[in-house]
Design a protein around this ligand. Structure first.
Ligand code: SAH
Length: 240
C-alpha cells in the first residue's frame, strides 16, 4: 500500500525501528486522516532520509509506527542561509515556506534598523518549516534561528561564507553572479524600508559581500527572497 501521509518525526528512523507518536500526531493520523492498523505512512526526520512505515498500534492519544524500508536517501540542500528582515506575519510565513521549498540549510530572521517587526515567534516559524518540508517532499528541515541583530551577525561573520546582498539601488550596475564561486553562501534581503546608510556602508566594506540587483523593479521582500533563491540556486546551487 502506498503512503498517503507524509510526516516529520523527531526520532531515529531505520529498518524495523518503532516510532512512538505524540497525541497530536495520533490525532492527525487516526482521527483526521482516518488511518488504521496496517496503513502506510511516509516518515522523515531531517537526518535519516525518508522511510515507509506501517501503523502497528493506533490509539486515541498515541500509537506506534514501524519502519519497513527506506524510500529516499537524505538530500541535503546546498550550504545556503537565507537572512531576511521579518515583515508582516503572513508574508514572513511565506518566506519561510518558500525558503524550505527552494532549498536552504538555515533561515535567519534579522533585525535591521528599519525592520518592521521587533519580535518573531521562532517556534511557529520552525513549525512552518516542518510543514513546508512535509508538503514538498524534502528530507531535510532547515533550522529557523531566533531574531538576531544584523550588526551582531555581521560582526561575528564566519570566515569563508559569502553574502549575496540584494540591493535595489544596483540596477544596471550589478553583474549578477559573474565570477562568483560555489561554496557556503548567505542571501540577505532587507525590510520594506530598505537598509540604513550605516548598514549599507558596513556591507559595502565587507569582502565577503557580493551586492546584486534583482532587476529594475522594486520587489516586496517576499518576492525578492524567492527571486534571489532562484538566482542563486540556478547559478551556484543544486539546480545545475
Ligand atoms: N526601501 C526600498 C524597498 C525595499 S524592498 C524602497 O522603498 O525603495 C525590500 C528588500 O527587497 C530590499 O531591501 C532588497 O533586499 C530586496 N529587493 C527588492 N527589490 C530589489 C531589486 N530590484 N534588486 C535587489 N534587491 C531588491
Amino acid at each position: 500500500m502506498e503512503a498517503k501521509v507524509r510526516l516529520y518525526v523527531d526520532q531515529p528512523l531505520g529498518q524495523g525501528q518503532a516510532v512512538a507518536l505524540s497525541g497530536d500526531q495520533a490525532h492527525y493520523l487516526f482521527a483526521v486522516m482516518r488511518l488504521g492498523k496496517g496503513a502506510a505512512v511516509s516518515l522523515f526526520n531531517g537526518r535519516d532520509g525518508e522511510w515507509r512505515a506501517e501503523v502497528a498500534e493506533a490509539g486515541k492519544r498515541g500509537g506506534v509506527l514501524v519502519c519497513d524500508g527506506q524510500t529516499k536517501a537524505l538530500l541535503m540542500p546546498p550550504d545556503l542561509w537565507l537572512m531576511f528582515a521579518p515583515i508582516k506575519k503572513a508574508r514572513t510565513d511565506f518566506i519561510v515556506e518558500k525558503a524550505v521549498e527552494m532549498g536552504v540549510r538555515r533561515i535567519l530572521p534579522v533585525q535591521t534598523r528599519h525592520t518592521n517587526s521587533e519580535r518573531i515567534r521562532q517556534d511557529r516559524l520552525q513549525a512552518h518549516a516542518v510543514e513546508a518540508a512535509e508538503q514538498c517532499g524534502g528530507t531535510y528541515v532547515p533550522d529557523v534561528a531566533d531574531l538576531v541583530h544584523l550588526d551582531r551577525l555581521l560582526a561575528a561573520w564566519p570566515d569563508g561564507r559569502r553574502i549575496l546582498w540584494c540591493d535595489e539601488s544596483l540596477v544596471g550596475v550589478s553583474e549578477g553572479l559573474a565570477g562568483a564561486e560555489r561554496g557556503p553562501w548567505a542571501i540577505l534581503i532587507g525590510p520594506e524600508g530598505g537598509f540604513s546608510e550605516a548598514e549599507k556602508a558596513k556591507l559595502r566594506g565587507m569582502p565577503a559581500v557580493l551586492p546584486v540587483s534583482l532587476g529594475p523593479r522594486i520587489l516586496r521582500a517576499d518576492t525578492a527572497a524567492v527571486a534571489a533563491l532562484a538566482l542563486w540556486q540556478a547559478g551556484l546551487g543544486d539546480w545545475t
